[in-house]
Every structure is written in structure tokens, then in C-alpha cells.
Design a protein around this ligand. Structure first.
Ligand code: SME
Length: 159
């Protein structure tokens, strides 16, 4: 088994586990917390995992809740600010393999070296994002991207 097929096998297993979590009758908040915890505990290069949702009051700010990992001061982020805000504004997935090379970046911890942000859409509108920080440089591959996009689609279906 090489690293790539190991990663694929791990992501396949997690996709099944997340599907089960999403189908459970637990409250919505608990379900999303369980997804954060599972991703952080199971994937060695995921050191912080959280959801930001668009504030329905103004539609141009992201609010953090829930997350798994160290607390952050960035609990509310305006569209356009940082990697999260850029992903929200452009409605694109953002993969930053080395945060020291990104000018528009909000640091949560000096240990963070890279980040991936995947938007969550509902009825064509961005409603939130899944944000993952890693303490490694250059850890994210197409497998991560495809896996996380799939997870965000599954979450969108239960929102
Ligand atoms: N680094 C993010 C802020 C959120 S933390 O990673 C939890 C950004 O630049 O938007």
C-alpha cells in the first residue's frame, strides 16, 4: 500500500462513518460537532477542523460553530478577509499549502502551516464552509479536496 491508496482507504471509511453520523437522529449541533471530532481524530494532517456559517442577519459574515481543536479568536470573519473570507466571497475552494506565502491570512496559531477551506452550498447559495488547518506544509492532495467536497455536499443535504 502506498501513501495515496492509504489515504483513499481512510477517506472511504470516513465517508461511510460521516454518512452514518448525518443519518442519526441526534440534534444538528451535535452531528456537526461529531463530524469535526471524527475528522480531527482520524486524519493525521488535520489539526483543527471547524465549520463557519454565513450569518443570516447580514449575509456577509462567517460565524464559527462548531469546531474541534484549539480555540481561536477568529469566531467571526467578514467576507473577503483571510482565507475563509476569500473562499466565501469567491465561492471557491481555497487550498493554501504554505500560509507564510499567503498575504490575506488570519493566523489562529503559529503552529498552523497550511489550510483548506471548502464552501457549503444550499440551493446554489453559499451557506457556510468547512475549514481545516494543518501543522504540516503541503499536506493537501486531490484526494483531500475530493473527499472534503463530498462531505460538504452530504452536509448540505441535511441542512
Ligand atoms: N486562517 C483562517 C482563519 C480561521 S482559523 O484558521 C481557525 C483565515 O485566514 O481565514
Amino acid at each position: 500500500m502506498n501513501e495515496r491508496s492509504d489515504k483513499k482507504a481512510l477517506f472511504r471509511r470516513l465517508e461511510t462513518e460521516i454518512d452514518e453520523i448525518l443519518r442519526s437522529s441526534r440534534p444538528y449541533e451535535e452531528v456537526l460537532q461529531a463530524v469535526c471530532d471524527l475528522l480531527k481524530e482520524s486524519v493525521p494532517h488535520y489539526d483543527w477542523v471547524g465549520f463557519y456559517f454565513v450569518d443570516p442577519k447580514n449575509g456577509n459574515e462567517l460565524v464559527l460553530d462548531p469546531f474541534s481543536g484549539e480555540p481561536t479568536e477568529h469566531v467571526r470573519i467578514k467576507f473577503g478577509e483571510g482565507i475563509c473570507g476569500q473562499a466565501a466571497e469567491t465561492r471557491n475552494i481555497f487550498v493554501v499549502q504554505d500560509v507564510s506565502k499567503e498575504n490575506n491570512y488570519l493566523s489562529c496559531s503559529p503552529e498552523v502551516r497550511s489550510e483548506i477551506v471548502v464552501p457549503i452550498f444550499k440551493d446554489g447559495e453559499i451557506v457556510g464552509e468547512l475549514d481545516i488547518d494543518s501543522h504540516r506544509i503541503n499536506p493537501f492532495t486531490d484526494e483531500d479536496r475530493e473527499f472534503l467536497e463530498k462531505i460538504c455536499e452530504m452536509i448540505s443535504e441535511v441542512l
